[in-house]
Design a protein around this ligand. Structure first.
Ligand SMILES: C[S@@+](CC[C@H](N)C(=O)[O-])C[C@H]1O[C@@H](n2cnc3c(N)ncnc32)[C@H](O)[C@@H]1O
Length: 293
């Protein structure tokens, strides 16, 4: 059954407000990365689907973490397969002063971009600076690597780009304190969730007829078999009493995978789908486990 998505709740922090005060650390946190498939546009609607009380929050496809930063739940386990991405989150959490100092030393130019892109530093803080620099200055903020794992997006920085927004990084750092960060495939991350926990899964969108998956995120394809594996992991979690929320493409074979879940069709504004005409709307869906209590 497809239901119409609820209106944005009057208080988008409903779920957070109902928690004891020590469960959130920062209401001012916003994502510090530009990330393909980011869910900033959906955070109010997603907030309405989180139960008032829960134990631990799991986000196994962290990316730019738009929803996490919106609700900043505690305790939380945040993970992604992208090792460089998780390294940045760890540096923002544990080493934000040095990170900011180093980032401030760089200026934006095509030449610096190329020099940084060609380097392969090994020190975690230098890797994080490189990642943040490329994220701000690469075309559309896309993170893409070739088969050898080398970043291959061209320079594409808009005028007025701020390389180091100190306030945003400090708020993000505060909201990541005492949170667990892992490099991991979604399956083991979801397997760790138990009764009373929440899992929010926002995988790369793959449609069945395009078995190559999207190549936008990293060198590992997210194939249709992964969508099936994800749906099975979500079903097992629901059986253990986990509250599961999944964002995905509004695509019949995807919806079939989540038979028995509540489904809401939502629309995202997209410039790309509208071509030169202006803006267009792309249908996505949000699936959520339905409590049998
Ligand atoms: C759609 S993005 C998540 C966007 C995020 N919700 C946001 O608001 O920015 C999907 C993420 O899944 C990650 N990913 C791809 N395959 C994965 C896997 N097998 N397990 C865990 N994460 C994976 C990608 O690195 C990417 O960061």
């Amino acid at each position: 059954m497809v239901e119409t998505m609820r209106q944005t709740p009057s208080c988008p922090h409903d779920a957070v407000d109902a928690m004891p005060p020590d469960r959130t650390t920062s209401r001012s946190a916003v994502p510090f990365l530009r990330w393909a498939g980011g869910k900033r546009w959906a955070v109010d609607m997603l907030s309405a689907l989180v139960p008032e009380r829960f134990n631990r929050y799991y986000e196994p496809f962290l990316g730019g973490g738009a929803f996490y930063f919106h609700i900043t739940p505690y305790p939380a386990t945040l993970s992604d397969t992208n090792e460089e991405l998780i390294n940045v989150y760890r540096q923002v959490r544990d080493n934000v002063d040095e990170l900011i100092d180093r980032l401030k030393k760089h200026r934006i130019s095509h030449q610096v971009f190329t020099a940084i892109r060609n380097k392969q530093p090994s020190l975690p803080v230098t890797r994080a600076v490189r990642f943040l620099y490329l994220n701000r200055t690469a075309f559309n903020g896309i993170h893409r690597v070739n088969r050898q794992g080398r970043f291959n997006v061209p320079f594409g920085c808009k005028p007025g780009t701020i390389l180091c927004d100190e306030k945003v990084l400090r708020h993000a750092s505060a909201s990541l304190q005492n949170r667990t960060l892992h490099v991991s495939d979604f399956e083991s991350a979801i397997e760790a969730a138990g009764e009373g926990d929440v899992v929010y899964a926002d995988p790369p969108y793959t449609v069945k007829h395009n078995n190559n998956g999207f190549r936008r995120y990293n060198e590992v394809l997210f194939a249709w078999a992964d969508q099936e594996r994800l749906a099975r992991a979500c079903r097992r979690a629901v059986k253990r009493g986990v509250h599961v929320i999944v964002s995905n493409a509004y695509h019949e074979p995807i919806i079939d995978l989540y038979h028995g879940f509540g489904i809401a069709k939502v629309y995202r504004e997209s410039r790309i789908s509208a071509g030169l005409q202006g803006r267009g709307r792309v249908a996505e869906c949000v699936l959520r486990s339905i409590s049998t209590e």
